[in-house]
Unconditional design. Sequence first.
Length: 465
Amino acid sequence: MKLKWKLSLSLLAVTGSLFLLGGYWMIFQNFSVSMDQAVQRFSAAHTSQLAQVTLSLAQPESGGLTQAGSDAASAVPDGSLALVDEGYSLPYSNLPDALDKMDLYAAVEAAGTGYVYRAHENDVWFLEASALPTQPNIHLVSAFSVTNLYTERASQLHRFWRISAVLLAAVALLTALVTGAVLRPLKRLQAAAQRIAGGVYSERTGFDRRDEVGALSREFDRMAGAVEARDQALRENIRQRDDFVSAFTHEVKTPMTAMLGYASMLRTRDVPLETRQKAADYIYHESKRLETLSRRLMALMRLGEEKLELEPTPLSGIFSDVRAAAAGLAGVRVLVPDSRGLYVQADRSLAADLLWNLVENAAHAAPKDGCVRIALTKADGRVELAVSDTGRGIPPEELPRITEPFYMVDKSRSRSENGSGLGLALCSRIAELHGSRLQFESTVGQGTTVRFSLREEAASCGTQD
């Protein structure tokens, strides 16, 4: 059974039960009040009849019990009465034929303590008896019909049933409509979930409500966003993997094919010295490049598996390592800021490799002024390092991918300089291990700036540059 019908039937059952119980209680409460009022009125009439009988018997010209009963019946016409002696003979009676001696006996037995109800066929009678003050062996029995009260109660119950049937039908219809409106958002959620399950990860419900359904919708959309982000990340990882395999295969296959060709040529026949020298130079150049590629690839894989233990390191020591490596750069000056007394949390060798790779890339970008600048700023407990050049710059569409393994903006120039496309991938991984990330700003023809940060550390007396 659908949730809509479950809710509708549940609400109808609760509403109907409360309505029926309330209606029954109200009808029987009204009947009880009407009966109490009738009893008070009948008791008053019985008292009047008893007074009239007593008064008639006290008159000098009294005609006895028969005359007294007749006088009381004439003076107080509200109800029937009978005078009953010890043998349950009736000196006077105008009681309905439906009432018999057993009814009178029950009334006399209750005299002085209460009254009785007697039912015959469709009629109900109220009977009250009292002994005459002057003749205690004689009882006055008054009878009053309460059939109309029971008839009215039955009529009210019949009307109530008819009204209840109409109202419950209306309630059932309204409940189904309201439940359908309340559950409509859940249907949209279900439809959205089915579309997401079918691969449409951009699907959203977009409810703008301030109730539980709205909260559920927002959490659902947040979950869908997370699923979409994971899907995009997975797709990106697959794309990067495919690009990695394709690039790696190309990087290895092309030079290896040429090297095998040159080697085969050198082995199988005599060739001119100039051609032999050219082949040997190519084989040596490509072998060095493949050696660099292998070394950097192994370093990248190692960095992906290990966790660094960072320690307080003088920034000036890292700069010294970079200056030493930059001594071999022809025609490019590396400008390093003053960092005396400044310590950072780092692995010195890896941090120096990171900074040197960025400097080397900047130097290969052919800066117009022949300078590569390293700048530092301190903020929020971290030291930000920026490597800037005034070289070629990087096209905006290339920036998101330049840290991918084997990705090269200018492939021909990179290969001619023994580039492998792994340098920035290594830099990015080293920066992550130091709790940072590379940030690139570049304009084509004007230069590039790369930033990363290291956590500042208080100077340690036991640490030397």
